[in-house]
Design a binder for this molecule. Structure first.
Ligand code: UDP
Ligand code: MG
Length: 312
């Protein structure tokens, strides 16, 4: 393992009061055996059960422990993104704070990064969660995400992952997109690796998710595949959809024209109406695409930069 790089362990926690102390002991052991582990950064995602007090007590006892508190519950992705922004290490490892991930896997993940990967994703190959509500939806989701994004990882949902800090900081992370980091980070050209990791059943506290998550993940898959393919050229996305409308509209127009020229042909007025509707819709889509291009092009533009300095 490369001892030059500092490793920050980022842990989002929401109402995990009973897990903080046992997890801290495992992290403490990790820092003792792996000196490159320089900090454990807990992000309290608006807990109401005394988690924050437990974190403050850790912070007072141990210089390795850092704690940030969010004003309310923003969700796991936001908490993770906050930890990533504030981490000081050149390598960032994210993990759950409920003892389901095992800190003893961290040295292997970091060693794999040193092989040249930018992201190393944990694979809970012996997952200790319910079959019907967890493992089956997750297997289907992993296959679908792989198909849609072209990034084949066995276990997108595993929070235990290691990243080069500069790569993860360039990856768009909002809403509930943390599950898609391996796919999203390919936008930055990241090389993705995978490693089998341990997974334990939850002993204390409860999961913060229910079956609704499956539907939300399905919608997020659409978001991510659009982001991956069209984030830089939104007009192309709208252009493809417009093409799907333009082709039938063109056929309807041709048939309508034929109907007007050959009076015995049926329904030229209906066909002409449908063609007009299709053409209007395609035009509308292209205009929306142009607006999206303008937003994209000006999103990061600094208006000051385009000003010509006086006397130039
Ligand atoms: N979590 C969070 N904010 C939330 C929900 C969850 O910070 O709004 C944390 C939670 O405390 C845990 C991790 O995210 O450390 C994973 O959550 P959970 O164990 O409920 O997910 P599951 O393992 O059931 O998928
Ligand atoms: Mg869990």
């Amino acid at each position: 393992m490369n001892t030059m790089k500092r490793v920050s362990v980022v842990i989002p926690v929401y109402n995990e009061v009973q897990n903080i102390e046992p997890l801290y002991r495992k992290l403490q052991e990790l820092a003792r055996t792996t000196p490159s582990v320089s900090e454990f950064l807990f992000v309290d995602d608006g807990s109401t059960d005394g988690t924050w007090q437990a974190l403050v007590s850790l912070r007072e006892r141990d210089a390795h422990a850092r704690a940030i508190r969010l004003r309310r519950n923003f969700g796991q992705t936001a908490a993770m993104a906050c930890g990533i922004d504030h981490a000081r290490g050149e390598v960032i490892v994210t993990m759950d704070g409920d003892l389901q991930n095992d800190p003893s896997d961290i040295p292997r993940l970091v060693a794999k990064l040193d092989e040249g990967f930018d992201v190393v994703s944990g694979w809970r190959y012996r997952r200790q969660d319910r079959l019907w509500t967890r493992r089956i939806p997750s297997t289907v989701a992993n296959r679908l995400i792989g198909l849609l994004t072209g990034v084949k990882v066995h276990d997108y949902g595993c929070s235990l992952k290691a990243y080069r800090a500069e790569v993860i900081r360039q990856t768009p992370l909002y809403a509930e997109l943390h599950r898609f980091i391996p796919a999203l980070s390919t936008m930055t050209g990241a090389l993705i690796g995978e490693l089998k990791v341990a997974h334990h059943a939850r002993t204390f506290g409860q999961t913060k998710y229910n079956l609704w998550r499956t539907w939300k993940v399905a919608l997020d898959m659409v978001t991510v595949s659009v982001l991956l393919k069209f984030a830089l050229r939104p007009l192309r996305f709208f252009g493809f959809v417009a093409l799907g409308v333009l082709v039938p509209a063109g056929i309807a127009l041709a048939r309508a024209w034929q109907g007007f020229v050959v009076p015995s042909s049926p329904g030229p007025v209906v066909l002409a109406g449908a063609a007009c509707l299709g053409l209007w819709l395609a035009g509308h889509l292209l205009i929306v695409g142009c607006v999206a291009e303008l937003c994209r092009a000006t999103a990061h533009a600094d208006p000051q930069r385009s000003l010509v300095p006086e006397g130039a």
